[in-house]
Design a protein around this ligand. Sequence first.
Ligand SMILES: *Cc1c(COP(=O)(O)O)cnc(C)c1O
Length: 348
Amino acid sequence: MSDKIIDLRSDTVTKPSPAMRQAMAEAEVGDDVYLEDPTVNRLQSRAAEIFGREAGLFVPSGSMGNLTCIMAQTFRGQEVICEAAGHIYNYEMASMTALGGVLPRLVAAADGILTWDKIAPAIREKVYYRPQTALISLENTHNMAGGTVYPTDVAEEICDRAHEVGIPVHLDGARIFNAAVYLRQDVAAITKKFDSVQFCLSKGLGAPVGSMIVGSRDFIERCRAIRKMLGGGMRQVGVLAGAGLVALEEGPKLLPRDHENAQILAQGLARIPGIQIDPAKVQTNIVIFDVGRTRLAAPQLVKKLDQREVLSGAVDATRIRVVTHRDVGRADCEQAVRVIGEVVGAGY
Ligand SMILES: *Cc1c(COP(=O)(O)O)cnc(C)c1O
């Protein structure tokens, strides 16, 4: 038995590294609502620079980042096209509707990866008496499809064709650095055609709190006002931005290891009788496997794994999701596979 809990529920569970703690303690701060926090200003310009954009904005969460980008590009009564299993539809409290006054228009894709052919029929006819399509939102990597990555040409075709009909495209890039690692391209290259991009510092990059929006200077100024409206104007928040800067500079280098560890999990799980998973479909750090042919329902199995100090999450009655991150190593993943094999094998 390992002597510590192996937490594979999400890549949000990482604790700030010693370098982050030090950056937080030493961060120069000021009032960011007055634009006077030098550490926040540095983080925002650095994010903009990395993404090849004019400006960036620090937001408390990815959910607020997505909502802010949606509100900046829509009017009440309009529609946002998004993938049916997407985060903005399923995990953000219907905020685009409750707070932004817009309706999600869902399009399903088996692997979470939309194409222009799937999107086009969902775009509203341009007549004044029908609700209008204001925005398209893509998710890369796609969380609930198992960390799947948009082929760059597919994402770019969607952006190009949407722009031809006057519709902007938002990227929920919570894990865009994982996509970049998989594609062996930089984040600026794979996001350049999007009108707005949100990415999380608090997922695989390892920061304790925060997300970034990047875009044009005008767009970010609109977002700053909306962020304030949503209660996200923060004061001496350089203490968080300090950790964010470390995450942004150091985090991406650690992601290839997370992807290798996800493969250790996927390949190990594939060898356990009753578990179904195709390791070739695991592209990044998220592994979703099917336990429908074991004697345990997914939520039951998750509980039994909790007792053995391997934490996971049930997606539905038959599927379990595990996520690798900087606070779990290769040995942890090997141990997790052993424990899952034992619990499934015992079958009670
Ligand atoms: C985590 C996540 C977000 C943002 O979540 P917060 O918990 O609000 O930071 C957005 N999109 C995706 C795909 C995510 O996985």
